[in-house]
Design a protein around this ligand. Sequence first.
Ligand code: NAI
Length: 275
Amino acid sequence: MSYNLLKGKRGIIFGALDENSIAWKTAETVHAEGGKFVLTNAPIAMRMGNIKDLAEKTGSEIIPADATSVEDLENLVEKSVEILGGKIDFVLHSIGMSVNVRKGNHYTDMNYDFTTKGWDVSAVSFHKVMQVLYKKDAMNEWGSIVALSYMAAQRVFPDYNDMADNKAYLESIARSFGYFFGKDKKVRVNTISQSPTPTTAGQGVKGFGGFIAFAEKTSPLGNATAQECANYTVSLFSDLTRKVTLQNLYHDGGFSNMGVSQEVMEAFDRNEEEK
Ligand code: NAI
């Protein structure tokens, strides 16, 4: 179902790697809602994924950019304004990567070069994106910028490793930059704290199967899917949410406010009885 919520709006979407990516579903949904956009990803991801199919399907151009390179981001923003024919109304930052997670380093045994790379890609890149947009005055008034986060920023999930710290950093940047973007340019900045979702980045987390099942059984509405996250993001890009800013918005079927659910208790009760 489409409501034309983004008719006439222009944007940049970071992070569509394959059909499972949250950014991929968002691009499809934004397209269905009448928005135009440029797709971007790290040059290396172009070889791994199939972003070209998405570009074709949505009538979009692709501009490669490593989100940690200010030079790449400047080129991306300049070209996007040119291609789309005006300033930007919406931006999705859907980027995350921890080298410690990839290499299987435990949280208590980090390689700090990997840690630095991880926070640069996962958190500081969001500052870089916003600083380039801000300095180039490339956002339209009442524009909307969204990044994706996870609840390990607030609570302990041992296997989330240093991504927990990266997400806390990301959420803080959203608030801090969001203040200046709001004051100076009337642009809103928010993070969406999404349920565990089976994507390339998600499945990289150790024990992801148990993780996602536990969240599903705990949340009264069940886990939010990538498509549902795309729908929520569209609402934040639309004119219906103009005064929502500096927020970390939980999109998790209620998980973040739960203690324990009946299903999880029953699983434990059964275990106890079997002993
Ligand atoms: P994904 O693996 O499809 O997307 C991650 C993207 O980051 C990829 O497209 C990758 O190429 C891009 N990327 C990595 N390094 C980059 C760089 N240097 N420059 C530009 N792009 C770069 O996975 P997913 O799950 O769609 O991830 C999107 C966002 O959602 C991430 O921020 C992730 O942490 C967040 N998130 C994911 C959850 C999950 O369970 N999958 C839960 C909550 C948040």
